[in-house]
Design a protein around this ligand. Structure first.
Ligand code: HSE
Length: 393
C-alpha cells in the first residue's frame, strides 16, 4: 500500500474546525499508524482569518476561498464545518461532484438535505459522514448505521442539545437565571450562532430527524416534527418539578407506531429523578435506543464543545481516509426507503403537567376540574405544561 499522505481540506474554521485541527495535528502520529498513511491537512478556508482564535494555523494553509479547497485535485477529503445551509450545501454538493469524500458536522444541512446529499454521494460512490452532527462526541450515527444494523429499532429517546441541558442544569442546581446561563453556554462554545435554534428546540429537532431517519429507515420531514423549546420554562417550574421528584429536561423522542408511522417530537419533559437521563447534566448528552433484538442501549458523552465535536469529526476523517486507502468508499450508503409518515401530536398519548395561576377562592379547583372533565384527552397549546415521562428505561 502507498504511504502517500491523504490530503484533507477544511471549510470553516470556527469552534468545530478548530477542535478538528487540534485533534488531527496533536494525534498525527497515531492516526498515521491506524490508517497506514499520513492524514495531512492541506488547506483551510474561512472568510475571516482576523477573528480571535485559540488555535494558530500556519499562514500557508489559510485561504478565504472555499473553491481553492474543492478544486484542489490533491485533496481527497473535504470537511465542512461552516454550519447552516446557505453556502455549506453548495460546497458539499460541489465536493461530491468532484469525487471527494465529505465529512460534515452540519445537522441542519443533513436534516433538511441529507437525502439529496446521500443520493449524490451514492452516484459518485464517495463517502459522506456526519458523526459530529448529533450528540457531539457520542458515536450514535455509527452505532445506528453499523453496529445495530441487523436490528429493528423501535424507539430513540435522548438529550441531544448541550446548550439547553447546560441552561436547565444551571437553573436547577446553581439557581442561575436563564439569560445568564445562556450567556455562559455561548461563552463556552456550546450554543449555535443564533441560540434561538438551541432554546426553541430547532437544533434538537434537526438531530432527531437525522437519528430517526437512520434508525427507522425512512426519511423524516423535519418541519413535521413536533417541537417546543425551553424558553417558556420558569424557575418556579423547575422548583415545583423538584418538589415532586422530577427534573426538567429537553428530550427528543422517536417511536415506531407501525412500519410506516412514527411519533417524532421534541419538548421539555418532567423526568423522574431516578431516570438514567435525569443524571445527564451540563453540556452532556445521552441517547437511549430500544431495539427488538438489542433491547436497550444507552450512549453518553459531551454533546457540544470544540474538542468533543472535533474528535467525532476527526473519527469520520480517519474512517474516510481508511476507506480511500483501501479503495472502499461508498461502503455504507443511505438505507432509507421513502418518506416516513409522522403521527400528529394530537394523537400521541402522554401525561401532561399543567401549572396555573388562579385566584385563591372557593370553587376554583372545582371549576378547573369541570373544564378538564368536559375535554377528555385534550389540552390547549398555550397552557404551561410539561410532558411527564417516567419512561420504561
Ligand atoms: N448547539 C449545539 C448544542 C452544538 O448545544 O448541542 C452541538 O451540536
Amino acid at each position: 500500500m502507498s504511504n502517500e499522505p491523504i490530503n484533507v481540506g477544511i471549510l470553516g474554521f470556527g469552534v468545530v474546525g478548530g477542535g478538528l485541527y487540534k485533534v488531527l495535528t496533536d494525534n498525527a502520529e497515531s492516526i498515521t499508524q491506524r490508517v497506514g498513511r499520513p492524514v495531512n491537512i492541506r488547506k483551510i478556508a474561512d472568510i475571516d482569518w482576523d477573528r480571535p482564535r485559540d488555535i494558530e494555523v500556519p499562514v500557508e494553509l489559510r485561504t478565504t476561498d472555499a473553491n481553492e479547497v474543492i478544486n484542489d485535485d490533491a485533496i481527497r477529503i473535504v470537511v465542512e464545518t461552516i454550519g447552516g445551509v446557505k453556502s455549506a450545501l453548495g460546497f458539499v454538493m460541489a465536493a461530491i461532484e468532484a469525487g471527494k469524500s465529505v465529512v460534515t458536522s452540519n445537522k441542519e444541512m443533513i436534516a433538511k438535505h441529507g437525502g439529496d446529499i446521500l443520493d449524490a454521494a451514492a452516484a459518485k460512490s464517495v463517502d459522506v459522514q456526519f458523526e459530529g452532527a448529533v450528540g457531539g462526541v457520542i458515536p450514535i450515527i455509527r452505532t445506528l448505521k453499523e453496529s445495530l444494523d441487523a436490528d429493528q429499532i423501535d424507539e430513540i429517546m435522548g438529550i441531544v442539545n448541550g446548550t439547553t441541558n447546560y441552561i436547565l442544569t444551571q437553573m436547577s442546581r446553581e439557581k442561575v437565571e436563564f439569560d445568564k446561563a445562556l450567556k455562559e453556554a455561548q461563552d463556552l462554545g456550546y450554543a449555535e450562532a443564533d441560540p434561538t435554534d438551541d432554546i426553541e428546540g430547532i437544533d434538537a429537532a434537526n438531530k432527531l430527524a437525522i437519528l430517526s431517519a437512520i434508525a427507522f429507515g425512512h426519511r423524516m420531514d423535519v418541519d413535521r416534527i413536533y417541537r417546543e423549546g425551553i424558553s417558556q420554562i420558569l424557575p418556579e417550574d423547575i422548583a415545583y418539578a423538584e418538589r415532586m421528584g422530577y427534573v426538567v429536561k429537553l428530550l427528543a423522542i422517536a417511536r415506531r407506531h407501525d412500519d410506516d408511522e412514527f411519533e417524532v417530537r421534541v419538548h421539555p419533559v418532567l423526568l423522574a429523578e431516578t431516570h438514567p437521563l435525569a443524571a445527564v447534566v451540563g453540556p452532556f448528552n445521552a441517547i437511549f435506543v430500544r431495539g427488538q433484538a438489542c433491547d436497550e442501549v444507552m450512549l453518553y458523552g459531551r454533546g457540544a464543545g470544540a474538542l468533543p465535536t472535533g474528535v467525532a469529526v476527526g473519527g469520520d476523517v480517519v474512517d474516510c481516509a481508511r476507506n480511500l486507502a483501501h479503495g472502499a468508499t461508498g461502503r455504507v450508503p443511505c438505507a432509507c426507503v421513502g418518506q416516513a409518515e409522522i403521527v400528529p401530536m394530537g394523537e400521541v398519548k402522554s401525561r401532561v403537567y399543567v401549572r396555573m395561576r388562579v385566584k385563591d377562592q372557593p370553587g376554583v379547583l372545582g371549576a378547573i376540574a369541570t373544564i378538564f372533565g368536559s375535554h377528555p384527552g385534550r389540552y390547549r397549546r398555550q397552557d404551561r405544561r410539561h410532558h411527564l415521562d417516567h419512561a420504561r428505561v
